[in-house]
Design a protein around this ligand. Structure first.
Ligand code: SAM
Length: 243
């Protein structure tokens, strides 16, 4: 995806930015309580004007967003009534939050500083395979061993073509992260009411939540399906299975 695609989307707004949620994503509310975020530096790559930025700002020690479109960043600060200062190198700064108005692929770990936690919603799924691979490497370079990531993906059929969002299955998450991250599959929700189902006449759409924890050594264990504990299974109720 060329940067122009996103800049034009933000310029047009409306259905072009319908990925923006008016609320804080329920997985964020459920899985990042106050005690979890205390003292943490939270990175939100490809942040748009996500309301989760404010959730993290109110709980963590600092939030770092990265976003190409200055329009999205300006809207974020305006909608949350936050005074900010703009630096010459494209940072928007307010108390507790810094948003880089930059292409993520041009930012260095030194600029970002320490990162303890990453929130990825509609970022990985927004990138075609070539950029997705670069993006995963980039995030991996930003974070130390022990850092965690809350990753939210969409899985749907049929294929929608070469524009975002892109469907990602749990098996693909396993293949992307399985060798260096512990993967806890915490949510798997069928979403028949999701706006995309009607708009694109989808056969199904599922939203997945994963906690990824970066480890020092190569992993052999696969995804741990925590969502099965919460969701009664028709045949093997309450069972946990390592795929
Ligand atoms: C699908 S939107 C998701 C926004 C936000 N995460 C949310 O959930 O509302 C993807 C965002 O990434 C931004 N973006 C795309 N490519 C980028 C890049 N290379 N560097 C920085 N931002 C980028 C776009 O402008 C867009 O706002």
């Amino acid at each position: 995806m060329q940067p122009e695609f996103w800049l034009e989307s933000w310029q047009e707004g409306g259905t072009k930015t319908s990925f923006h949620r008016p609320d804080v994503h329920p997985f964020v509310r459920a899985y990042t309580p106050d005690y979890f975020l205390r003292g943490q530096r939270v990175l939100v790559p490809l942040c748009g004007k996500d309301n989760a930025l404010t959730w993290f700002r109110n709980r963590a020690s600092h939030v770092i967003g990265i976003e190409l479109a200055s329009k999205a960043i300006a809207q974020f600060f305006r909608e949350h009534n936050l005074a900010y200062r703009k630096t010459a190198d494209g940072r928007y700064e307010a108390e507790g939050i810094t948003i880089f108005n930059r292409n993520i692929f041009e930012i260095t770990p030194a600029e970002i500083g320490r990162v303890d936690f990453v929130y990825d919603r509609a970022a990985l799924v927004a990138l075609p395979e070539d950029l997705s691979q670069l993006y995963r490497q980039k995030i991996d370079n930003f974070i130390p061993v022990g850092a965690k990531c809350l990753l939210i993906t969409l899985e749907f059929q049929p294929y929608l073509g070469a524009t975002p969002p892109f469907s990602i299955t749990p098996e693909e998450v396993q293949s992307y992260y399985g060798d260096r991250y512990i993967i806890d599959h915490i949510e798997k929700q069928e979403q028949p009411e999701h706006r995309m189902v009607q708009k694109f006449n989808l056969d199904f759409l599922k939203e997945h939540g994963f906690f990824l924890t970066k480890t020092a050594e190569k992993k052999t264990k696969k995804i741990f399906d925590f969502w099965k504990i919460k969701t009664p299974q028709p045949e093997r109720s309450q069972s946990i299975e390592i795929l």
